[in-house]
Design a protein around this ligand. Structure first.
Ligand code: ADP
Length: 181
């Protein structure tokens, strides 16, 4: 599914983000940038050890990466140029600022991408795996954040949501259709 937003394109795709040929892919990391399961593990496995080395250097400097913030490394063996590591909220019922943190994770990733001159970027569904954010709610928050960013930008970006399974894809598709109505 593909929609024009401002001068940009927003694409929903089913698949594996590590295979995507874009300028930057976003990693749903943890605050220690320590790697783990899910998309984080897949990115480090496919990208090789260089990405983790850079993550360690960043953590040595900043201590932790707070939820909602983003940093970039190179992308090792991946087809992308950069990996943007962001930390989504751990879902604890929805009244603990999760929505705002999730929104910030998308917006800060996009701002960093723009600073790096990235024009094509792929996101996974941040926080909806191990971090437990209900996917329908997360899809609405994610799409709203990205669409509002793109509407405010004169440049043409391509933002791809790379969704790993049918249920997640369907949730984003429904949320996008509802948003555009
Ligand atoms: P979080 O800890 O932020 O919840 P997870 O990696 O556990 O992150 O899950 C986020 C989403 O990423 C889930 O929908 C999961 O199915 C998906 N995912 C896992 N591997 C990949 C991959 N290779 N490409 C894209 N998405 C993936």
């Amino acid at each position: 599914m593909e929609k024009k937003v401002g001068n940009s394109k927003l694409i929903l795709k089913l698949g594996d983000i590590t295979k995507e040929k874009v300028d930057a892919i976003v990693n749903a990391a943890n605050s220690r940038l320590a790697g783990g399961g899910g998309v984080d593990g897949a990115i480090h496995r496919a990208g090789g050890p260089k990405i983790m080395e850079e993550c360690r250097e960043i953590i040595n400097k900043i201590g932790v990466l707070p939820p909602g913030e983003a940093v970039a490394t190179t992308a090792g063996n991946l087809p992308a140029k950069y990996v943007i590591h962001t930390v989504g909220p751990i879902y604890r019922g929805g009244q603990k600022g999760e929505e705002n943190t999730l929104r910030n994770a998308y917006l800060n990733s996009l701002k960093l991408a723009k600073q790096l001159n990235v024009r094509t970027i792929a996101f996974p569904s941040i926080s909806t795996g191990a971090y437990g954010y209900p996917v329908k709610d997360a899809a609405r928050v994610a799409l709203k954040a990205v669409i509002e960013f793109l509407e405010g930008e004169p440049e043409d970006f391509t933002v791809v949501f790379l969704l790993f399974d049918e249920i997640t894809y369907a949730a984003y598709k429904e949320a996008l259709e509802a948003y555009l109505k």
